[in-house]
Structures are given as C-alpha cells and as structure tokens.
Design a protein around this ligand. Structure first.
Ligand code: SAM
Length: 244
C-alpha cells in the first residue's frame, strides 16, 4: 500500500484508495493516545465513535491499544473514506468508516446505526476550528444524546481561553483560518462550556498538549436523560483528575 503525504484541507469528489498521511496526525497521535489511556476503561463491549476521522491515522493508531473497544470512524468528506478504510485494514475492532455530517441528527447517520445513550466515547480532533460553528454545535448536541450517562466526549485541537488566543503562532493560525473562511477559527473554551451544558455535558479536564494544542475531556452527566430510556452509566476512570 502506498502512502501519500497529504495536506489536511484537500477536497475532492473521488475516493482516496490509498493511505493518506497528515504529518500533524503523525506528530500528535502518541500524545493523544497517552490521554486516552487515562480515560478509556478496561472491560468488554465499549464503543467509540470518531467524528471527522480525516485520513484514518488516529483510529488505526488507537484501536490496537484498546481491544475492548469497537471503533467507528466517520467522515464528512467522502473522498477520505478510502484512506480511513486502508489505515483500518487488519484491525478487527475498527468498523467500516461511515459518512457523517455532524450538523445533522444522529438518527440519520448510517441508516440509524447509532442509538440514544449507547456510546461510551466520542472522539473528535481538529474539526472545531476548521469548520463552521454549526459543526461544533452539532458535535455537542449529538454527543449529549448519543453518550451513555457518564460517557466521554474527547476533543483535540487549538483553543482560545477566556477570549485570549495564545501564543502568537496560534493567533496567526486563527487569523489565517478566518481569512480562508470567516466561519472558521479557534473556539473559546468558555463558549464551549456553555454550549456543552445545554446538552448536559460538563468539562472534566483540559490537558495541555505539544504545539500549543489541548485535549479536552467532557463528560455527559446524564441525570436529566430526556429520552425516558433506561441508561446504565459507565464508571469513572481511576486516573482521572478534575481540572475544570
Ligand atoms: C483538519 S481535518 C481533521 C482530520 C482528523 N481528525 C485529524 O485530526 O487529522 C478537519 C475535518 O473536519 C471534517 N468536517 C468538516 N465539516 C464536517 C461536518 N459537517 N461533519 C463532520 N466532519 C466535518 C472534514 O471533513 C475534515 O476531515
């Protein structure tokens, strides 16, 4: 299988048949994995849905470390499904990648594969700042309905904190995103906390990562379950520390 080094913002209507490799994903996959290891629990039959899997590098790197978890990669860009499948090839706990537009209701995704209160984990890297804010709204709204009680949404990328973008390289990145598309740009963690709370999700930990990125762990409270269905909570991780 050939490997193609690839710019993350490429778009096409055909499908990649080979493994695309984003250099940034190669750099950040191990630091993100170390955070996942603190939160993903032992025990059987857990499910992780990845929103916007990109090339598929992350899911293929993470899955062998968590054989107790079934991974569902997904993408909005149909071109990327072939690359995700190529990276996932050979891993029995990675399902076929599915097309997901996170701004739509989860009941429409993959003919209703995903059920309310059914997921232990949702993972999303580097989407919020490179997509319209509607995608961020959709991510939290759907996560609030899809996650089990105490289920986790884990997000990764660069963020603003209390209206401050730091350091200067992130300010430049934000400005360049805005110049490409005025609806893109770094999201502020304070705004995200308010958005999350509308979906019964609370910020649990902000982890500083290399290259001025952060991994943010969000937990669905789930006490105010709106569906009326019985919800069995997932437990808390021993290594978890609360830094809200
Ligand atoms: C910079 S890439 C990140 C890819 C990968 N997660 C990574 O970290 O390498 C941003 C991703 O957001 C996805 N995206 C854009 N709009 C979306 C939408 N409406 N629903 C889901 N994903 C979307 C794009 O298709 C793209 O794969």
């Amino acid at each position: 299988m050939n490997i193609i080094h690839y710019a993350a913002n490429h778009r096409s209507h055909t499908m990649a048949v080979e493994k695309l490799v984003y250099p940034a994903a190669e750099r950040n996959k191990n630091p993100i994995l170390s955070v996942l290891k603190r939160y993903i629990q032992p025990g059987a039959d857990q499910t992780l849905l990845e929103i916007s899997s990109g090339s598929g590098q992350h899911v293929a790197h993470f899955a062998p470390h968590f054989p107790q978890v079934t991974f569902y990669p997904s993408e909005y860009d149909p071109y990327l499904l072939g690359s995700i499948a190529a990276h996932a090839n050979g891993y029995s706990n990675i399902r076929k990648p599915v097309l997901i537009d996170v701004t739509t209701d989860f009941r429409l995704w993959d003919n209703g594969t995903f059920k309310p209160n059914s997921l232990e984990y949702i993972y999303n890297a580097n989407m919020m700042h490179i997509s319209p804010y509607q995608c961020t709204i959709g991510l939290f709204k759907n996560a609030g309905q899809l996650l089990k009680r105490h289920g986790l949404l884990i997000t990764y990328g660069p963020y603003a904190c209390d209206s401050v973008i730091y350091p200067e390289s992130n300010v430049k990145f934000h400005n360049s995103l805005r110049s490409q598309n005025p609806s893109w740009g770094l999201r502020d963690i304070s705004d995200l906390k308010r958005l999350a709370e509308k979906s019964d999700i609370k910020l649990t930990e902000v982890v500083d990562m290399p290259a001025n990125n952060k991994t943010i762990v969000w937990r669905k409270d789930g006490r105010a379950d709106r569906t009326g269905e019985h919800v069995s909570p997932i437990g808390r991780t021993a290594g978890e520390t609360a830094k809200t």
